[in-house]
Write a protein that binds this ligand. Structure first.
Ligand code: ADP
Ligand code: MG
Length: 237
């Protein structure tokens, strides 16, 4: 094949399939739903950051991702958009239950992530819940948690629901996200994470994002990643 001109909107993915948008720089050029595009535009997001550009061609065609990029590089949208698109394409609805779980190491980060999800995803019909310890009465949460489509949670609170909430069913899970994955894979969360993973279906899409690349082969096996795409973006200074 002749080399593509550098400004070509067509790119070659590693399995020799073509991506017709890997040269895209704007969200509106992506093959994503109008609902997501409207949410992005209203939040004033127009141009993709490097980690977002690197992630979408792979994430949108169903691959597992291990993404590394420094703090402030836009990793949240790099996974929030593929999550919304996955459930949208699956025609996920209120009666389908938990379709995505996003795990964050701290309550504060989980809260920020939830706000991004709510604002960018506001035109979609998915229900989403923030499950973090100490925030509100867990008994009230238990009544609604099984009906939510997207859960943003800390490991402890998620595990508490898995252990205590009747009819809490994650068997149809489509996507699992670990944000700040290096911190979640750290020893402090090991027991909780293993217990969570043992209750999730292995056939799913998995995204791991952090500031540093996760290299532990053991961790990757633990997460049942399927031939993941390693993406590492480091801006030149
Ligand atoms: P990270 O998780 O990599 O630390 P965040 O996802 O928290 O980064 O994003 C950092 C900041 O950059 C946030 O204020 C976010 O609103 C902003 N941001 C993310 N993506 C874009 C974008 N495509 N265009 C403009 N601002 C963006
Ligand atoms: Mg982040």
């Amino acid at each position: 094949l002749p080399p593509l001109p550098s400004n070509s909107p067509i790119g070659l993915l590693r399995d020799n399939t073509f991506s017709c948008y890997s040269g895209a720089t704007l969200f509106k050029q992506l093959p994503i739903s109008q609902k997501t595009k409207d949410g992005l535009r209203q939040c004033n997001y127009h141009e993709m950051t490097d980690i977002q550009r690197a992630t979408f061609p792979h994430a949108l065609c169903g691959r597992d991702i291990l993404g590394a990029a420094k703090t402030g590089s836009g990793k949240t949208l790099a996974f929030v958009i593929p999550v919304l698109e996955k459930l949208y394409r699956e025609r996920w609805g209120p009666e389908d239950g938990v379709g995505c779980i996003i795990i964050s190491p701290t309550r504060e980060l989980a809260g920020q992530l939830f706000d991004v999800l709510k604002s960018v995803g506001k035109h979609h019909n998915f229900s989403a819940g923030l499950l973090i310890g100490g925030r509100k009465d867990v008994d009230v949460e238990k009544q609604s948690v099984g009906e939510l489509n997207i859960l943003v949670c800390t490991p402890g609170r998620l595990l508490q629901h898995m252990d205590e909430t009747p009819n809490f069913d994650c068997s149809q899970l489509q996507v699992l996200v670990l944000d700040e994955a290096d911190r979640i894979l750290d020893v402090g969360f090991k027991k909780a994470l293993n217990a969570i993973l043992s209750q999730l279906p292995k056939r799913r899409q998995t995204f791991l994002f952090s500031a540093t690349q996760t290299k532990s082969v053991q961790d990757l096996a633990r997460l049942s990643l399927k031939d993941p795409e390693y993406l590492s973006v480091h801006e030149e200074s």
